[in-house]
Design a protein around this ligand. Structure first.
Ligand code: FSO
Ligand code: SF4
Length: 544
């Protein structure tokens, strides 16, 4: 059938099976096809770079960055702009052709490494290279699981790269593994092993980003963030890229324009560096999926530095701007190479013509419990565990989403016994961070480490507790995992936790559609992965 697509990479996929007409996210079939082709040519390029490395030829950081941003562009809700995706495909083919000419032995390269074509051929080629091109259900499932994990890893390395931090070994792994998803000689067992390896590199990628963030902006510390508004016009910054926020704050200093964070940008307030900006006003709104009403009432320009973009309403489309891997047709895009200044003057000029934001909430959010801050409180936390004041920690990291079934997470947080503490990271927090769940001997019952990538902090905290309590296994700790996922960054967080040996993770609100029954069985058998049921039963299972 003409205009068909197949995408099942996120939790909201149609019917828990796959989007075939138009994405639940708003992605059109043409865009889905171009994203499939971009993924394919990026895998082809990665096969070439992997061969070059084998032959002892160095691969430049520009090529590594191209691969990461390409993958990021295909993440759910990041980029809906066919022209931008087309341009990336052409650029990738050109770079690939140049590098291919340097390969000494091209005999084992896959077809994607040598394929080329012009723009007129993209739509037809796209139809042949999508997810369903892999016929075996289990091989397809593992290839996609790995690819989605790598997309998440690429997103995190991209943010580190923007802060001029690179880990060439992570890039080399990312590319060789992307290439391996084209390799028909790999068995299910080989791909399962590669899935776990992807998790190991996920830890490494998150560590790289943590280093980049904390060395540039300091260690997050306990912070109260205002959720009301001021009287000046404002700019709302969404997504995960802290460097973009820094550049915008520098350029809005003294202009009479305030800057607010939205969704995953909230944790920027926790870093000491950003506290020096008087016009850094607070956080506006909630998780990504509420943006269609909240962007309307914000009144000023909104800068999307990454996903998650919901197709904008006409009422604010002219105020929606994108940068980096994000894109939306008809919305202005501002960019500059890493290390160079992005010029936000046009966006700031627009802000000055806008009304101040309308207040939709008042009060504050308390957060900043990344690893250094929690380590500083370690004595207090250990004492509370030893005395029984804290019975259990529940890691509720991950994503929020628009499905009604996600109300489960609010109800679960409310129903938790008072001697339990939620450890959170990612936009999942918006389901319970404003509930005022109180504290235990001064320790808040919701500890927010930051963005989804700061799940790395939660892993470090678990490893620290394991050491303090002298345990041999991280699973002996009084920590349970009830993780909410939406898109591919949550996939790399999950694989990272598995690689650290964490067992019995509950994943909801539904298990990924891309896990075949056999692959699900492998995850259940080896890691005790499970879904969620209802709040009462799950509290009994997880808390006892
Ligand atoms: Fe959320 Fe979107 Fe951070 Fe994701 S805003 S859903 S996992 O992009 O990356 O947590
Ligand atoms: Fe559907 Fe999710 Fe793919 Fe969008 S990203 S097309 S909602 S599966």
């Amino acid at each position: 059938m003409e205009n068909q697509m197949f995408c099942f990479q996120c939790q909201e996929t149609a019917g828990c099976k796959g989007c075939t007409q138009r994405g639940v996210c708003g992605k059109k079939p043409e865009t889905a096809g171009l994203q499939d082709l971009l993924t394919y040519v990026t895998k082809g390029l990665s096969a070439v770079t992997t061969q070059l490395r084998k032959e002892g030829t160095e691969v430049s950081s520009e090529v590594n960055h191209l691969v990461s941003v390409n993958l990021f562009t295909t993440i759910t809700n990041a980029n809906f702009d066919d022209a931008a995706i087309t341009e990336r495909i052409s650029k990738t083919l050109a770079v690939k052709a140049e590098l291919l000419a340097k390969v000494k032995d091209a005999s084992s390269l896959p077809a994607a490494a040598t394929w080329t074509g012009d723009e007129a051929s993209y739509a037809a080629k796209a139809k042949t290279v999508g997810v369903l091109a892999t016929k075996d259900e289990d091989i397809r499932s593992l290839r996609e699981l790995i690819t989605y994990g790598l997309k998440g890893l690429a997103a995190y390395t991209k943010h580190a790269n923007a802060l001029l931090e690179d880990d060439p070994e992570v890039d080399a792994f990312l590319q060789s593994t992307l290439a391996a998803t084209l390799d028909d000689s790999l068995s299910v067992d080989d791909l399962v092993a590669l899935t776990l390896k992807t998790g190991e590199y996920g830890v490494r990628g998150m560590a790289l980003l943590d280093k980049a963030n904390t060395e540039t902006y300091g260690n997050p510390e306990i912070t109260k963030v205002n959720i009301g508004v001021r009287k000046n016009p404002g700019i709302l910054v969404s997504g995960h890229d802290l460097k973009d926020l820094e550049m915008l704050l520098e350029q809005t200093k003294g202009t009479g324009v305030d800057v607010y964070t939205h969704s995953e940008m909230l944790p920027a307030h926790y870093y000491p560096f950003f506290k020096k900006y008087d016009n850094f006003a607070g956080n506006y709104g909630n998780a990504w999926w509420k943006q269609t009403t909240e962007f309307e009432s914000f009144h000023g320009p909104i800068l999307m530095t990454t996903n998650c973009i919901v197709p904008p309403k006409d009422s604010y489309k002219d105020r929606l701007w994108t940068t980096g891997a994000a894109g939306y047709p008809g919305c202005k895009h501002i960019d500059a190479p890493y290390g160079q200044k992005k010029d936000f003057s046009e966006l700031i000029a627009q802000a000055k013509t806008c009304a101040a934001p309308e207040e939709i909430e008042t009060g504050e959010i308390v957060g900043g419990f990344a690893h250094a801050q929690v380590f500083a409180l370690a004595d207090q936390v250990v004492e509370a565990v030893k005395s029984g004041a804290i019975r259990k920690f529940i890691v509720m990291a991950g994503c929020d989403g628009r499905m009604k079934s996600r109300e489960y997470y609010t109800e679960f947080a409310k129903a938790l016994p008072k001697d339990t503490v939620i450890l959170t990271a990612g936009c999942a927090k918006y389901k319970y961070i404003k509930l005022n769940l109180g504290d235990i001997n001064g320790i808040p019952r919701v500890l927010d480490a930051g963005q989804c990538n700061d799940s790395y902090s939660l892993a470090l905290i678990a490893l620290k507790l394991k050491e303090v309590f002298g345990l041999d296994d991280v699973n002996q700790l009084p920590i349970v995992y009830n993780i909410a996922w939406y898109e591919q960054k949550a996939v790399i967080v999950l694989l990272a936790l598995l690689s650290l040996g964490v067992k019995n993770i509950h994943l909801g609100p539904t298990l990924p559609a891309f896990l075949s029954p056999n692959v699900t069985n492998v995850l259940v058998k080896n890691f005790g992965i499970g879904g969620i049921t209802d709040v009462d039963s799950d509290i009994k299972t997880m808390i006892g």
